[in-house]
Design a protein around this ligand. Structure first.
Ligand SMILES: [Zn+2]
Length: 462
């Protein structure tokens, strides 16, 4: 019997100080050994990674794969195919599917539905609001990777879609944080100020504003900062570990920086669209450029890069949030009628590698920003986020030298017509995505059979 199931030869890996070249030997879905030369070793399969970069399998801690309930926008197959083609081996899927994941039985049902379609490992969020305080413990016991709460209410017509996932006051957030604290899991927070945004939106409506920039004007920078400030204060008072999703402003970054400096237990992420586009994109692409929080200003982009380079923000997620083209088109005449969100799970790595090549980010930080940071924060390191003996054999093999242009029509998402990154020049082509020691995606061959993605249980972290 061969000693190994797979050896990835000539793997060029990024470690803390530079590059390391070695062969990665895999058995039973785990990394068994890393050594310089394995010629002569007995193995069932070999992948030659010569000339390529091998990264710890990418984790995207923030996707909306819409399954079950909204599968015309995306389903777990199209979503996780996109993940796999983009080098992502683990996704954390948000609870705003239909029904919203507010209790243990819905959680287990969703896990079963998505399992058979999964081409990526998956963690699932539980929703947390004032309406399901008594279900939070059950969700944690079912294996929720973390909890998600919106601090801003959805538009009235979309309330059922979000029922059980949002709070509209600090008092409500306080109670939810208290309940989550007892689970030891991370509380992920969408921080935008509900009452201020409602007030500004009313003002814009009465002025008759419907133009794309009205979206930005309804949610200016301080509306994010206000909510971030509230969330940080409450979490410190209560002792709940929080993670602030899709941070977009200089103001919020500074609040996070000072909270981390005084030792607050919080982490934050930002997304490629906040690093690539300023609010002008709203004028250029109208409803397709509508997402929450909105695109910001050049000084915010600078500040986000700085926060990433100073480890104030420790991960780049995508907030992959696909909508049908017809739904986006509803915002053509009135921006408030378009649903917010944009797809991105498949395009994150080449965008980040381009940023690294351009000197905006350090290449040696890419494993942390795309994998290790999330694994550590969400308690699954070094099972995930690491290339080391004993870790799961999740690997992303990418040709860093290849420059190419994103072509939306070639992407796996059902919402490819809405992709904002279409035409963008990027760097690094994913050649292989190795999932639990199996090839989930190979550039010239395609995808493995769906269902090989495994459920990733949440664990209390530090
Ligand atoms: Zn989201």
């Amino acid at each position: 019997m061969p000693a190994y199931d797979l050896i990835v030869r000539n793997s060029k890996m990024i470690d803390g100080t530079g590059f390391l070249e070695a062969d990665i030997c895999i058995t039973d879905g785990k990394i068994a050994k890393i050594q310089r030369n394995t010629l002569g070793s007995n193995t069932s399969h070999v992948v030659d990674a010569k000339g390529m970069l091998v990264l710890p399998g990418l984790i995207d801690p923030h996707v909306h794969f819409r399954d079950p309930g909204l599968t015309y926008k995306e389903d777990f197959l199209s979503g996780s195919k996109g993940a796999s083609a983009g080098g992502v081996t683990t996704v954390f899927d948000m609870p705003t599917t239909q029904p919203v994941v507010t209790n243990a039985s819905m959680f287990q049902e969703k896990a079963q539905i998505v399992k058979e379609k999964a081409l990526a490992n998956f963690g699932l969020f539980g929703a947390a609001s004032i309406d399901n305080l008594n279900e939070i413990e059950g969700l944690a016991q079912s294996g929720a990777i973390a909890f998600k709460t919106y601090m801003v209410a959805p538009p009235k017509e979309r309330t059922p879609e979000y029922a059980g996932s949002f709070v509209t006051s600090s008092g409500q957030l306080y109670r939810v944080m208290q309940a989550i604290k007892r689970t030891g899991l991370i509380h992920c927070i969408h921080a935008e100020s509900d009452s201020t945004i409602a007030c500004l939106t009313d003002e814009l409506h009465s002025e008759g504003r419907k133009d794309p920039m009205a979206h930005y004007d309804s949610r200016p920078n301080f509306t994010e900062a206000e909510a971030v400030y509230d969330a940080i204060l409450l979490s410190e008072a209560i002792g709940t570990k929080i993670h602030l999703v899709h941070i977009s402003t200089a103001e919020a970054s500074e609040l996070i920086a000072s909270a981390r400096e005084r030792g607050a237990n919080l982490s934050a992420e930002t997304c490629p669209h906040y690093l690539c586009f300023s609010k002008e994109i709203l004028n250029e692409r109208g409803p397709y450029a509508k997402y929450n929080p909105p695109a910001r200003n050049p000084r915010d982009l600078e500040s986000l890069y700085s926060a990433l380079n100073r480890n104030i923000i420790s991960m780049i997620s995508t907030d992959h949030a696909p909508h049908a083209k017809e739904e986006k088109e509803r915002g053509r005449e009135d921006i408030f009628k378009a649903p917010p969100g944009t797809p991105g799970v498949e395009t994150r790595l080449p965008i980040i590698l381009k940023m690294a090549h351009d000197g905006r980010l350090r290449l040696e930080d890419v494993p942390k920003l795309t994998s290790e940071g999330a694994a550590k924060r969400f308690g699954i390191y070094p099972q995930k986020g690491s290339i080391a003996p004993g870790s799961d054999a999740d690997l992303t093999i990418v040709d860093y030298d290849e420059e190419w242009k994103i072509k939306a029509a070639n992407l796996q998402t059902k919402a490819w017509e809405t992709v904002l990154f279409d035409g963008m020049k990027v760097r690094g082509k994913v050649k292989y995505t190795i999932l639990n020691g199996e090839t989930a995606y190979e550039q010239d061959v395609g995808f493995a059979k769906p269902g090989i993605g495994q459920f990733v249980r949440g664990k209390p972290s530090n």
